[in-house]
Design a protein around this ligand. Structure first.
Ligand code: BEZ
Length: 211
């Protein structure tokens, strides 16, 4: 199934390292980062999962739950979790879906047969509290992801949901943002009474509103 931005993501039931879950119910009113990795007991995946565990306080600040997936068995997840803690200095603190029958992987199109017909690629889905897909990323097995970038996008999504702004190239939380083009100057003066900078009529920047 091809998932597009704005789609309601498919629901599923699956076993995880934290017990069986019903995905939509588990997500509740949180944002979710659902990500697949190719295989347990592999080096790049080990670093990704350790780093994601370390980011837990950052996820919590943003009301985000992380959940991983690979097409491995639950008992393998438990064994590998010990290695993650030992080598990365962080114990798994989010559920890992054991998708040995590839049910969820197929539902979310995480297997790209021309890359590998056996393992999932490195997919990332950022899902909002309305269960809508807000970001999707696909990385090859050989390239570990930048989870700081995923947090950065969530910061942008949460900010731009609340204000009529967009975030420029390489923006980071706290930096100036762009007033969306649909807002005319007259409205912009009301929305941003402390003023904004007009670089071109279509390129107006303003200090980041409270995020
Ligand atoms: C890894 O996680 O290290 C990995 C997994 C599959 C292919 C290449 C690397």
């Amino acid at each position: 199934m091809t998932l597009r931005l704005g789609d309601i993501v498919p629901d599923f039931e699956a076993p995880t390292t934290e017990g069986p879950i019903h995905f939509h119910e588990w997500a509740g009113k949180s944002w979710v980062v659902l990500f697949s990795h190719p295989k347990n007991y592999t080096p790049v995946c080990t670093t990704e999962l350790g780093y994601t565990a370390k980011l837990k306080p950052e996820f919590e600040k943003r009301n985000v739950k992380a959940i991983g997936l690979s097409v491995d068995k639950l008992e393998d997840h438990h064994g590998w979790a010990k290695d993650i803690e030992e080598t990365q200095g962080a114990a798994l603190n989010f559920p890992l879906i054991a998708d040995a029958d590839k049910k969820v992987a197929n539902l979310y199109d995480m297997i790209h047969p021309n890359a590998s017909d056996t393992f999932t690629v490195r997919s990332v889905f950022v899902i909002d509290p309305n269960k809508k897909l807000r970001l999707s990323l696909t990385y090859p097995a050989s390239t570990g992801r930048n989870f700081d970038e995923i947090l950065r996008v969530i910061d942008s999504l949460q900010l731009t949901d609340g204000y009529k702004v967009a975030t420029p190239v390489n923006w980071k939380n706290g930096e100036d943002v762009i007033i969306v083009p649909s807002v005319k100057d007259e409205e912009a003066h009301k929305l941003f009474p402390n003023g904004f900078k007009t670089i071109k009529p279509y390129l107006r920047t303003v200090p980041q509103p409270k995020g």
